[in-house]
Design a protein around this ligand. Structure first.
Ligand code: PLP
Ligand code: LYS
Length: 434
């Protein structure tokens, strides 16, 4: 089991001390349940490690992993900064009362309206991704007569060991300015002496769900190579070095991530080495963990419905959700583990595959899992669904989106309502004469 969950005297799975089958009855399924204490523990592992080594830092929660008003409020309570990548995530942050000066805005195609909103809200930093964005932002800032702190996002040319679709730091990437072909240097030259833009440093993010530290270390080495050139050629000082997110978590027994503290220690160690090597001041370090803050803190509950047994082939067990609430298995062949929440103590007696209910053969949540005898109305609990689950959920087949509940201190609280069919059709307009 990839989560610190327990089983109560009735043999039911609990989360944060609460019986998950009771939560399924109270809120219905599919249901995301987050253990908020666990979110806080993950956040503190990052923040406290920087404190321990007395390194000035910002830990920005990458809200793309799971953005909601309640989640952003937890990030605020934990003194995190916030990474947003769209006006929708920025709007959520504002609704949650998040301090705007601690918001960092990302994105490879930020448009005029998004940048204008960021400038008007006086957010902390924009991470510049391309030359078009420099032009747009310059126009907005000069029109508004305002200034903005920015970082340049660079692609360091690192092939991190992860799924191709979640690799971002390699050369052939849609994100950022290339380090090796001079793009990043051209961007620095445009921004270094800009009248409205304060270039504070560099950002790089090498990918997601990464288990080792080598990729981060190589990226830091390359970034410092460039920073050393910029220091000599333009007397450029890097005040802020943002090393992105990407720290891996445990989905299944096969996954062996490092303790979160170890990632931070490796970053600090390499930055220390590089500043000494190049005789530079130690920059403020920013990181942007998303998955590693929320991923292993949540489960999804489903109700089991139909089964289909194909003799000598497999047994399909269908649940009342699927690729609408968890796109990751279909998109990345991501693997998950699960138990039957109302039979958490029972012996596993059959090997089954868990199917969703969308009209799509690829709508499978788990291939081949050993479970106790499965019956209709059993509650299936899938572990480690806190990141990129709800946030990537969709309306395929016009299924309403699931509900989200937070548990903490033995109490449960609804933080995102289940959508109704009315919600699903709310923007539809009639094509018939009134
Ligand atoms: C720029 C940037 N920062 C942070 C993240 C968060 O990554 P993760 O959820 O793997 O920590 C991502 C996503 O990969 C990203 O693209
Ligand atoms: N959505 C992806 C990760 C993308 C990270 C954002 N750059 C996942 O589920 O693994």
């Amino acid at each position: 089991m990839s989560n610190p969950l327990n089983i109560n005297h009735s043999g039911h799975l609990t989360i944060g001390g609460i019986d998950t089958t009771e939560l399924a009855k109270k809120y219905g399924t599919p249901l995301f349940i987050y253990d908020v204490e666990h979110i806080r523990k993950n956040a503190r592992a990052f923040v406290d490690t920087f404190k321990k080594y007395q390194v000035k830092a910002q830990v920005a929660y990458a809200s793309k992993a799971f953005s909601s008003v309640a989640m952003v409020q937890v990030a605020k309570q934990e003194n995190l900064s916030l990474d947003v990548v769209s006006q929708g995530e920025l709007y959520t942050a504002l609704k949650a009362g998040f301090p705007t000066e601690k918001i960092h805005f990302h994105g490879n195609n930020k448009n005029y309206d998004e940048l204008l909103m960021a400038v008007n809200q006086e957010i902390g930093c924009i991470v510049i991704d391309n030359f078009h964005e420099i032009e747009l932002l310059s126009t907005i800032l000069s029109d508004q007569n305002k200034k903005m702190d920015v970082l340049i996002r660079v692609t360091p040319g690192i092939e991190a060991h992860t799924h191709d679709y979640i690799l971002t730091g390699n050369e052939d990437s849609k994100f950022g300015f290339d380090l090796s072909n001079g793009q990043a240097t051209r961007a620095m030259e445009q921004l270094h002496t800009h009248p409205y833009i304060n270039l504070k440093g560099i950002h790089c993010h090498i990918g997601s769900q990464i288990f080792e530290t080598e990729g981060f270390i190589m990226a830091i080495e390359r970034v410092f190579g460039t920073l050393a050139e910029w220091k000599d050629s333009h007397a450029f000082t890097c005040e802020i070095l943002n090393l992105g997110g990407g720290f891996g978590i445990k989905y299944t027994q096969e996954d062996e991530p490092l303790p979160l503290e170890k990632y931070v220690e490796a970053l600090i160690e390499e930055v220390t080495k590089q500043v000494n090597l190049h005789d530079m001041d130690f920059p403020e370090i920013w990181i942007e963990p998303g998955r590693s803050i929320v991923g292993d803190t949540a489960i999804t509950l489903y109700t089991i419905g139909s089964t289909k047994e194909i003799p000598n082939v497999r047994k399909y067990v269908a649940v009342d959700g699927g690729m609408t609430d968890n796109l990751r298995p279909a998109l990345y062949q991501a693997k998950y583990e699960a138990v039957i929440a109302n039979k958490a103590n029972e012996e596993e007696v059959e090997n089954v595959s868990i199917a969703g209910k969308c009209c799509e053969s690829g709508d499978m949540l788990i291939w081949d899992i050993a479970l106790p005898k499965v019956q209709p109305n059993d509650i299936l609990a899938v572990f480690s669904t806190g990141a990129y689950g709800y946030s990537m959920s969709n309306h395929y087949n016009r299924f309403p989106k699931a509900a989200v509940v937070f548990v903490e201190n033995g109490k449960d609280r609804l933080v995102i309502k289940r959508e109704s069919y009315q919600d699903v059709v709310q923007n539809d307009l009639s094509y018939e004469e009134e």
